[in-house]
Structure formats: structure tokens, C-alpha cells
Design a protein around this ligand. Structure first.
Ligand SMILES: Cc1cc2nc3c(=O)[nH]c(=O)nc-3n(C[C@H](O)[C@H](O)[C@H](O)COP(=O)(O)O)c2cc1C
Length: 222
């Protein structure tokens, strides 16, 4: 029985350890096609994807992990705020410490933190790695459209028994991804997505995140 939209959305979690089970090609194409029913301002459909599997995936992973090891990173200045204010700072810290706590990584153990962070750059073992790019002329509207498309991919993945992890981590190595994949000059690497099947034996996947109550972010008037 396929999951309902509510079940697909509420059962989605960011998965940080995958099995090596392949994702059937037809299923992947169906998900990416159906996700494109996402709305976009004036129907511009600005999303572009590069889907990596097999050798293409492994080669990219090797290139970016080498850059990570050399410290060759460049942050995209328009992604995260230059300074996080409350309540966002506390929320951000909580997920970090919850994750490291679960893995037994203590405060100040930068080597272990780096080793965990490095797993981003192998798509946490997922057999499918996706990069989402936008034309360099796109502004925040295009980013919103891309987010809607990506949310559809993650929900549809759940419907079909798959799991995902959206990954902003790749933007630090956007220049390496861009060069390695020989992307057009006018394309900007926005975000990555790991897609595959959850490794249910992995401790990291026992992480559960909270959400603030409705009253904290919705103001009903009238
Ligand atoms: C745009 C975006 C980028 C993210 N980037 C990363 C990332 O680089 N690495 C990672 O482990 N998790 C990443 N996450 C996952 C978030 O940490 C996660 O969504 C959040 O903590 C809530 O947990 P949940 O997805 O399990 O519900 C990202 C999520 C989003 C939406």
C-alpha cells in the first residue's frame, strides 16, 4: 500500500547512512518526472538536475573528498546568514549536538566531527547523488521554486519506500563539483541530495528531530 501524502511527509527524515541497494532506473525517472508538477512562479521551472550513479558518482565523490582533505573549500555567500540570530542559532546548535551526541562525539573532538562531516561528500553511502543547479540569473523566487521541486522529490521518494538527505554541505565545494562535472558557466550549484534506501542498522539514523509547536510560527487572525 502506498503511503498517503501525510504519511510520506511525516515519515521523511534526513537519512545519513544508506545501503548500497540500487534504485531502479524507471522508479527514479518516475519520481523526478512527477516532482516536476511542482508549481513555479510564472511556470519557469528553473530547476536543473545532474543525477550521478555508479562510476560517475564515485569519481565525483573522490574529487570532492580530495578537496575536503586539502581544505579547498569556498562558501557561497548567499546561502546561510553571515550571523545566525535566535531562535535559529539555538535550533542549529541542538541538531548538531544531538547528532554528535548520538555518535559519541564529544565537544572539541574536531577530528571526529570532520570525519562525520566528510560523509556528506560520499552522499552518506547512497547509490544516487543528485545536484540541483540554477541559472546564475535566478533570484530568491527561483530558489523557492527549486525548494518546492526538491520537497516533492523527497515526499515521492518516501511514497516509493526510498529515503533522502538534502545536503547544503556540497555548496562549500560547489567550485569542485562545477569543474569536475564540466557544468555550463551560467549554472550555479545550489544543493545536493542523497537518495537510496535507509541502513536501518546505523545508529546515526536513530536521530529524531523536533519541531516547534504551531503557535510558535503561526499567527491566526480573525
Ligand atoms: C536545504 C537543506 C540542506 C541541508 N543540508 C544538510 C547537510 O548538508 N548535511 C546534513 O547532514 N543534513 C542536511 N540537512 C538536513 C537537516 O539537518 C534536517 O532537515 C533537519 O535537521 C531536520 O531533520 P529531518 O530532516 O530529519 O526532519 C539539510 C536540510 C535542508 C532542507
Amino acid at each position: 500500500m502506498a503511503l498517503s501524502a501525510t504519511e510520506a511527509i511525516t515519515s521523511r527524515r534526513s537519512i545519513r547512512a544508506f545501503t548500497d541497494e540500487e534504485v531502479p532506473d524507471e522508479l527514479l525517472r518516475t519520481i523526478l518526472t512527477d516532482a516536476a508538477r511542482a508549481p513555479s512562479g510564472t511556470n519557469i521551472q528553473p530547476w536543473n538536475l545532474i543525477v550521478l550513479r555508479g562510476e560517475a558518482r564515485n569519481d565525483l565523490v573522490d574529487a570532492v573528498q580530495a578537496a575536503f582533505d586539502e581544505g579547498d573549500k569556498k562558501s557561497q555567500e548567499n546561502y546561510y546568514p553571515t550571523e545566525f540570530v535566535e531562535p535559529y542559532l539555538a535550533r542549529r546548535r541542538k541538531i548538531g549536538w544531538d547528532l554528535y551526541g548520538l555518535l559519541g562525539i564529544e565537544k572539541g573532538d574536531y577530528d571526529k566531527m570532520a570525519a562525520q562531516h566528510r560523509k556528506n561528500y560520499e552522499f552518506f553511502g547512497a547509490p544516487v547523488g543528485i545536484f540541483f543547479t540554477l541559472h546564475e540569473t535566478m533570484q530568491s523566487g527561483g530558489w523557492m521554486d527549486l525548494g518546492l521541486y526538491m520537497a516533492n522529490v523527497m515526499t515521492l521518494a518516501r511514497e516509493h519506500g526510498l529515503d533522502t538527505c538534502p545536503q547544503a554541505a556540497w555548496q562549500e565545494f560547489g567550485h569542485v563539483v562545477h569543474e569536475h562535472l564540466e557544468l555550463a558557466d551560467d549554472q550555479q550549484v545550489i544543493v545536493g541530495l542523497a537518495l537510496g534506501y535507509e541502513d536501518t542498522a546505523a545508529v546515526v539514523n536513530t536521530l529524531r528531530t523536533n519541531r516547534v509547536p504551531l503557535e510558535d510560527f503561526v499567527e491566526f487572525r480573525g
